[in-house]
Design a protein around this ligand. Structure first.
Ligand code: PFF
Ligand code: NA
Length: 455
């Protein structure tokens, strides 16, 4: 077990890298569409509560594990378990993370591929003057056959494998330096534009007036799962970043900060998209295509729309790319550490595997019949839906549950107290969240869904 000697050069680069992994398609593509499908306000409220009481404490726990052991994710868990007199079986969290990361990336690259296509459409003026129906047609034609999708997503897979294979992530993380402010600026412009031309008041009401009659228990699980997905939790990634945490950096403050940035981007994306959705009579529950079917209508009408449209989707691509790098890193690190491969071999193998796996999503989107599964009763899902559902709503919350119990019950208090290095009050709050709130609410939601409970 060799210790990681590298550290982020300072607090700032650490925050940038972790924010780069957090902010991605989850914020801009997924959050708006699942919010739309689950009735708006009540979903947003549950989501915010999950972020604050479960997501942030779990993030702190993961960074703590990495900071304590300074090793790769599953080895860090093993070291901490041993030092605290517990079984090394806790390392299952490490495996779960590798599997979840791999499965997530297999559909993530396809959606990122959509964004690559839309960057091209934007700059080349394809949105200009198109109405909602024509924009809808553009999206439909992108998904009419598998080959373009394979090409666009292949581009992301290749880029990700090359960067990770060469081990130059840190250089790339610097790019996040420039991307984040530009992303914020473009989102701000879109929100202002939407506020002036779209149904802004209706969108605000939709997002912030909770109507619990519109939220099902499945919706609660989706909000819970998304709070893990969006913060990149339970995938080993925050443990990995924690391993590089510079000495003297407050893990508590930086976690809160990262979660706040992530939440802000998600809410701004919603405020940019829904005014356009309502103004053009699109259904809020349009599904995964929501952002691609709504924002281009606005880009097509606004001054300098091609420039803004192209740049906006380019920022989405960059945000997706920094998250993809973090996602593939868990498989690559695992192959290097446990299978003794060279970095570039591991990156090639992981990239190939992800690309093959992405075929399932590509064919789901292009409507190949064999991709539709009948699960039970009337429940039918495509492979894409299944991958998304199983990772975000089952694997990640389950991983989060195990990490909560491990770090707040199994780990010795002296160790967690010293590694978290915060005030007594905050330490206790963290413990209450992870000892009681997280395990109880995750279990309740699960038990309720599989029909054991009937809340
Ligand atoms: N947090 C990313 C997003 O919101 O797009 C997705 C993600 C990245 C999930 C890394 C999990 C992960 F390990
Ligand atoms: Na996110």
């Amino acid at each position: 077990m060799s210790e990681y000697h590298g550290r982020w050069s300072n607090r700032f680069t650490y925050i940038l890298a972790a924010t780069g992994a957090a902010v991605g398609l989850g914020n801009i593509w997924k959050f708006p569409y699942i919010m739309g499908e689950n009735g708006g306000g009540a979903f947003v409220l549950v989501y915010l509560v999950c972020i604050a009481l479960i997501g942030v404490p779990v993030m702190m726990a993961e960074v703590m594990i990495g900071k304590y052991a300074r090793l790769a994710p599953s080895r860090s868990v093993v070291k901490l378990a041993r030092d605290t007199g517990r079984s090394s079986a806790w390392r299952v969290t490490g495996w779960g993370g590798v599997i979840a990361g791999f499965l997530i990336l297999s559909f993530y690259v396809v959606i990122a591929g959509w964004a690559v296509a839309y960057t091209w459409y934007g700059f080349s003026g394809s949105f200009t003057g198109r109405d909602a129906a024509e924009i809808g047609q553009l999206f439909a034609s992108l998904n009419a056959s598998p080959y373009p999708l394979l090409g666009w997503s292949g581009f992301i897979v290749l880029g990700t494998s090359i960067v990770v294979g060469k081990g130059v992530q840190k250089g790339l993380e610097k790019a996040v330096n420039y991307m984040m402010p530009v992303l914020f600026l473009l989102l701000t412009i879109m929100v202002i534009y939407a506020a002036n031309t779209g149904e802004f008041a209706e969108a605000v009401r939709f997002m912030f007036e909770p109507d619990f009659s519109k939220l099902s228990w499945n919706g609660v699980l989706i909000a819970l799962g998304h709070s893990f997905f969006t913060l990149s939790l339970a995938s080993g990634i925050m443990i990995m970043y924690g391993a590089y945490l510079p000495e003297g950096t407050s893990l508590v403050k930086t976690s809160v900060y990262i979660a706040m940035m992530d939440t802000l981007v998600a809410l701004m994306a919603g405020l940019a998209i829904f005014p356009v959705v309502f103004a053009n009579g699109l259904p809020a529950g349009a599904g995964p295509g929501l952002i691609f079917q709504s924002l281009p209508i606005a880009f097509g009408q606004m001054p300098l729309g091609s420039l803004f449209g192209g740049s906006f989707f380019l920022m989405v691509v960059v945000a997706a790319f920094t998250s993809s790098i973090a996602l593939i890193e868990s498989s690559v690190a695992w192959l290097v550490e446990h299978r003794g491969l060279q970095r570039w071999q591991a990156a090639t193998l992981a990239g190939l595997g992800i690309w093959l796996m992405s075929l399932l999503t590509v064919f789901s989107l292009t409507g190949a019949e064999w991709t539709i599964l009948s699960l039970w009763g009337d429940l039918r899902m495509s492979f894409f839906d299944l991958l998304d559902y199983v990772t975000a709503n089952i694997l990640l919350p389950l991983g989060g549950l195990i990490i909560s119990v491990f770090s707040a019950w199994a780990v010795k208090e002296e160790i967690s107290r010293e590694t978290l290095a915060t005030t007594d009050g905050l330490y206790r709050l963290w413990q209450v969240c992870l000892r009681y709130i997280a395990p109880v609410s995750i279990s309740l939601v699960f038990l309720n869904l599989i029909g054991v409970l009937n809340l």
